[in-house]
Design a protein around this ligand. Structure first.
Ligand code: PLP
Length: 408
């Protein structure tokens, strides 16, 4: 077993050895600029074209020309949203959801301050959208709808085909943040209603610092990065050649293994989920149990703080995550879980385990053994904390004691 037991694959993934190998020559001998006329440059340009084909194949795009290489998912989201708004300056309304990644929410909040009206669609207790709410939100003034394919915290999958039908019936462009689905579930953009779609290399065992934006043929789109003529004038800047080659290879590997590995990863995730629910009293799953990407498990432990669980998991070499953000010394509950209305006793106690093809049965067994021990320990401390609170209420004094993991 590795010294690190990695269950944080929605944050980033291990670089696939195939991708690393494919990148090596482009970090060493093939350093030409793909825009150069000479052979040394054009051989690199050909390799970029190969990567474009590999990425197009993973997405089921009809033409590799629809793939624009970017630096990351955040850039893809920004480029899509800004690129569409620029083409229709008279339209000032954007529709998105309350549960997007900050790459979309922070941008839309910013645009809201710049005079755009933003409709934030809510979700139900399982993290699902109400499509009637979407239908009602669309107006003559709507420039763009931007909705994620699957949520990075809960893994919940939105019905993109049904969403697309509603949005396209009004002739409105649809952008989809698919950062958490590429390489995890099959995609077939050929016949789909999606106009623009963002992915990021490091989420499917490619390198960091590279992503792609799918722009359907015929969609008018203005570049976000204005500069040279790279990417057919859709994204200025000399290409991250090794990164693009690595992402292309990672896309090819992911595409080939999708069915078999998806099933294997799902079985591991489901085993971990069942074990935690059985072994930890007060545990609950956040998000729809069926409509979920196969690698993600978001579980809340009653009365506890996810951060405290992470600290203790880390002592065993287990890497997981919460969706909470620490600000000014206090832990803010995740905006996704808040939007879902997760009850107060559970909202701070969420932990996300996100798996990949590199996780093993043995690791699942190890985590399944350690989590209940940690939860039991923290619940004991939490009970002590509550006792101290009661004594404080009675006496009017307070002795803090050891409160790790206790949430009041
Ligand atoms: N969108 C989603 C759904 C994500 O999960 C992430 C990263 O976690 C991003 C966008 C941003 O991607 P990147 O880290 O490549 O900028």
């Amino acid at each position: 077993m590795d010294s690190v037991i990695y269950f944080d694959n929605n944050a980033t993934t291990r670089l696939a050895p195939e991708a690393r190998e494919a990148m090596q020559p482009y970090l060493a001998e093939f350093y030409g600029n793909p825009s150069s006329i000479h052979r040394f440059g054009s051989q690199v340009a050909r390799k970029i074209q190969e990567a474009r084909e590999q990425v197009a194949a993973l997405l089921g795009a009809s033409d590799p020309v629809e793939i624009v290489f970017t630096s990351c998912g955040t850039e893809g989201d920004n480029a899509a949203i800004r690129g569409i708004l620029e083409t229709s300056p008279d339209k000032r309304h954007i529709v998105t959801t309350q549960v997007e990644h900050p790459a979309v929410t922070a941008l839309c909040q910013h645009l809201g301050k710049k005079g755009y009206r933003v409709t934030w669609l809510g979700v139900d207790g399982e993290g699902m959208l109400d499509l009637d709410q979407l239908r009602e939100a669309l107006t003559e003034d709507t420039a763009l709808v931007s909705i994620m394919y699957a949520n990075n915290e809960t893994g919940v999958i939105f019905p993109i085909e049904a969403i697309g039908e509603i949005v396209k019936a009004k002739g409105i462009p649809l952008h989809v943040d698919a950062v958490q689905v590429a390489g995890k579930i099959p995609l077939d953009l050929k016949g789909s209603p999606v106009d623009l779609l963002t992915i990021s290399g490091h989420k499917f065992h490619g390198p960091k610092g590279v992503g792609a934006l799918y722009v359907r043929r015929g969609i008018t789109f203005r570049p976000f990065m204005i500069g040279g003529h790279q990417e057919r004038n859709r994204r200025g800047g000399t290409e991250n050649v090794a990164g693009i080659v690595g992402m292309g290879k990672a896309a090819e590997v992911a595409g080939k293994r999708l069915g078999e590995e998806g099933a294997r990863v799902r079985a591991l995730r489901d085993r971990l989920e069942k074990f935690l629910l059985d072994a930890c009293p007060g545990a609950r799953i956040n998000g729809h149990r069926e409509k979920r990407i196969p690698n993600t498990l978001n579980v809340s432990f009653k009365f506890l703080e996810g951060e405290a669980i992470l600290v203790l998991l880390d002592q065993y070499g287990i890497c997981a995550s919460t969706g909470s953000a620490c600000s000014a010394g206090s832990v803010e509950p995740s905006h996704v879980l808040r939007a879902m209305g997760v009850p107060p006793d559970w909202i701070q106690g969420a932990v996300r385990f996100s798996l990949s093809r590199y996780n093993t049965e043995e690791e699942i067994g190890f985590v399944s053994e350690k989590v209940p021990l940690i939860v039991e320990r923290l619940q004991g401390l939490s009970a002590l904390g509550k006792l101290a609170d009661r004594q404080k209420d009675r006496r009017g004094t307070y002795d803090a004691g050891d409160r790790i993991g206790a949430r009041r």
